[in-house]
Design a protein around this ligand. Structure first.
Ligand code: BG6
Length: 488
């Protein structure tokens, strides 16, 4: 891997502490960082290099997946870190940064490969990208890349505007848009599982699949993010990005050895084939909910409107369920159900494939007795694959018994999403980053929903914290004769 300077905007922020430093450290321990590697952290606060390194060390001790017990390794890792004060609006600060970057490149005798990571609020994306160009930081003799966090825009128009602005300073192949769901190991495995298993390949069509259920629910509430969350809701926070990415990753068909261009092209095709919703149809196909007070795992929690920073008149969605259809030869007439929400009974990110039931189709005698034949991908918090099959029940003549074929891995052995993504960005592999085409098409698909919400065409259903969301989310499936497959 080529020597690189990792320039981190937002180096004193929460994401850096919780995710980025631990990810870098774990890559370092796994020898997946370039041999010569320099990190320059940037923030508004004055900090010495020593204090910055101490803070980084503290974050490793709090959040690293791998043990932080070898003083030699920790020291070697921290030596790569330098700090510089930067106010995003101050041109002089970028000049100071350029000097520091060049000085470190000279000290380490490394080429000018620069990875700029924007771990800052979206309001700063534009000014930072522009200043990188104008200051000369972006005029490297090596390569330059930009890693950018979500949210990428607030709606279709603002996303287009942002992309337009970024594209003045960085080409599309230099922009790595993080969607951390694409970094999750099980999501990355979806691609390979299909390519390497003829059994799955053969089944991946509407001949055999009855429906697909994609769930990402969580027990946490709005936490300390009221200012952000109350303006975006579950539809922008989770659905437009993470959930649609899961849908794309699951539904693409890939020949063995597909390149990143092919993966992204296929994802784009899926988005293009997604049946568009008209504003008037949203209420039939999308359920929105907001949590009220309840109990989660024995603990009483307040309702959304009583959370700090949220007003009693908030109409924000904390839960979304939707029914989607992909109009292509593989998926025509297979409903995809997506749901995501906060303050639900459990934390669970999973994809369930429900197969058609031939016995049900052919004979009513068996109707009540078979269980759905399922393939379940557990993504978070556990990682695993389960196949549920119907077998004969030896105890009850003529009846069926479900058996589970189960594979689970221990979380300790599984790299964090950020490890995978930073590693890929360092190598310049864009496969698991969101291409602009996907982002634009996602916003385009979601826009009528945003409009319908704005015009109050879709009721906001209350659901108790600790439930699985509003009953209307169950009815969405019941209409088609299905139900959500849950753990509990
Ligand atoms: C983030 C959202 O992108 O994903 C959060 O902003 C959400 O609101 C989080 O809690 C969920 O991520 P994970 O990896 O815990 O499923």
């Amino acid at each position: 891997m080529e020597a690189t300077t990792f320039v981190l905007f937002g180096a004193t922020g929460d994401l850096a502490k919780r995710k980025i430093y631990p990810a870098l450290y774990n890559l370092f321990i796994d020898q997946k960082l370039p041999a010569s590697f320099s990190v320059i952290g940037l923030g508004r606060r004055e900090l010495s290099n020593e204090v910055f390194q101490k803070n980084v060390e503290q974050s490793l001790r709090s959040f690293s997946r791998r043990a932080v017990d070898d003083p030699g390794s920790v020291k070697a890792f921290l030596e790569a870190f330098r700090y510089s004060v930067l106010d995003v609006g101050h041109k002089e600060d970028y000049q100071k940064l350029l000097q520091l970057v060049e000085q470190r490149e000279a000290e380490l005798n490394i080429p000018q490969n620069r990875l700029f990571y924007l771990s800052v609020g979206p309001e700063f994306f534009d000014i930072i990208a522009t200043s990188i160009k104008e200051s000369g930081l972006g005029s490297t003799k090596g390569w330059k890349r930009l890693i950018i966090e979500k949210p990428f825009g607030h709606d279709l128009q603002s996303a287009r505007e942002l992309n337009q602005k970024l594209s003045i300073s960085f080409a599309e192949h230099e922009i790595f848009r993080i969607d951390h769901y694409l970094g999750k190991p099980m999501v990355q495995k979806l691609e390979v599982l299909q390519q390497a298993n003829p059994v799955l390949q053969a089944l991946w069509t509407n001949h055999y699949i009855a429906n697909v259920q994609i769930t990402a629910i969580e027990t946490v509430g709005v936490e300390e993010r009221a200012g952000y969350y109350d303006h975006v809701g579950a539809i922008r926070d989770m659905f437009q990005n993470h959930m649609l990415q899961l849908l794309m990753m699951l539904s693409i068909h890939l020949p063995k050895g597909s390149t990143s261009e092919e993966v992204r092209l296929k994802k784009k095709r899926i988005m293009e084939a997604l049946e568009p919703l008209q504003k008037e149809d949203v209420a039939m196909n999308v359920v929105r909910g907001q949590y009220t007070a309840g109990t989660i795992q024995g603990k009483a929690v307040v309702g959304y409107k009583d959370e700090p920073g949220i007003g009693q008149d908030s109409m924000n969605d904390t839960f979304i369920a939707a029914r989607l259809e992909i109009d292509d030869v593989f998926w025509r007439e297979v409903p995809f159900y997506i749901r995501t929400g906060k303050r639900t009974q459990e934390k669970s990110t999973r994809i369930v494939i429900e197969f058609k039931e031939p016995l049900k189709q052919h004979s009513s005698t068996y109707e009540e007795k078979t269980n759905p034949n399922l393939l379940i991908f557990e993504i978070n918090p556990n990682e695993g694959i389960t196949l549920q099959l119907n077998t004969k029940d030896p105890q009850h003549e003529g009846e069926f018994k479900p058996i589970l074929i189960d594979f689970h891995t221990s979380r300790k052995d599984v790299p964090e999403a950020y490890e995978n993504l930073i590693y890929d960005a360092l190598r310049g592999d864009p496969t698991f980053f969101a291409h602009w085409d996907e982002v634009e098409l996602s916003w385009k698909w979601v826009q009528p929903i945003l409009n319908a919400f704005e015009e109050n065409l879709v009721p906001l259903h209350p659901y108790s914290a600790g439930s699985f969301g509003p009953d209307e989310a169950d009815q969405l499936l019941a209409r088609d004769g299905y139900h959500w497959c849950t753990n509990s």
